[in-house]
Design a protein around this ligand. Structure first.
Ligand code: MF3
Ligand code: CO
Length: 265
């Protein structure tokens, strides 16, 4: 739900009952949607290089999604015009693909969603373009590993706040900041369902994690402060201080023996 804007951490008030538990049959479909998203991200990793235009990356993802019989989740969502989001450097999320060419040293966050049989998968990764600075690499590594730490904390019988607090701690211990105004989300027949999944919070707080809950965890991590700005295109979210930002996302399902990642290839 990183599109829904200001969320100000009201999730603790959310009732467990708003969260839809998926049946094994529905989870199987979400696994298929997740696989399409994973394939698209793999194709994007191959396609990212200095000189490529982000609109070309959008075409690569669209091709993979549709060839696999799926529908892009984002196209037309609240009027969003493309199949992926491509957010460069200080852009955090929701960058609209266009004529801009990636250049050596840039980092680019690519976010992909796909629908199979009515269910969504959603994932994102930040990639370096050619050689990048050590600090940019450290930001990328920290964001990816914060997501993994959050996934490990997503356990049946735990609380949603366990995930949030784990991600926040992992990031802040490395002197980066987590974005507050955009958050992860439940996912299923809708791209964004209850609950909100903030990347900050208190362990032991929030809804109980139950088998069959499907969540999109998506830490957005800034090298500088956590504050954001919205560009005049009304989509692109950037860091208020112009610092670099990275974003990793996976769709997961809470299982009996820990979380299963649905968007791994
Ligand atoms: N992963 C993002 C999210 O959950 C992507 C949404 S892009 C949009 O909000 F175009 F669909 F808004
Ligand atoms: Co998402």
């Amino acid at each position: 739900m990183n599109t829904l804007g200001k969320s100000s951490g009201a999730y603790t008030a959310q009732k467990n009952s708003g969260i839809l538990i998926k049946s094994p049959r529905e989870i199987k479909i979400m696994r298929s949607a997740g696989q399409v998203v994973a394939l698209a991200i793999e194709a994007l990793k191959e396609a990212v290089r200095p000189g490529v235009r982000t609109i070309e990356l959008d075409a690569v993802a669209f091709e993979v999604i549709t060839k696999n019989g799926a529908i892009p989740s984002f196209k037309g969502y609240r009027g969003y015009p493309a199949s992926i989001c491509a957010s460069i450097n200080e852009e955090i999320v929701h960058g609209i693909p266009g004529e801009r060419r990636l250049k050596e040293g840039d980092i680019v966050s690519l976010d992909v969603g796909a629908i199979v049989d009515g269910f969504h998968g959603d994932a994102a990764a930040t990639l370096g373009v050619g050689e990048i600075s050590p600090e940019a690499q450290r930001l990328i590594d920290t964001t990816r590993d914060a997501l993994w730490a959050g996934i490990k904390a997503a356990k049946k019988g735990g609380r949603l706040g366990d995930i949030s607090a784990t991600i926040q701690k992992y990031v802040e211990e490395r002197s980066f900041s987590v974005v507050r105004e955009y958050v992860g989300h439940g996912i299923g027949r809708n791209l964004h369902e209850d609950p909100s999944v903030p990347n900050y919070g208190e362990a032991g707080q929030g809804p109980l994690l139950r088998t069959g809950m499907t969540l999109a965890l998506e830490p957005m991590v800034n090298a500088g402060g956590w504050q954001t700005k919205l560009l005049s295109d009304n989509w692109t979210v950037v860091t208020a201080d112009g610092s670099l930002s990275a974003h990793f996302e996976h769709t997961i399902v809470i299982g009996d023996g820990g979380a299963e990642i649905l968007t791994l290839p």
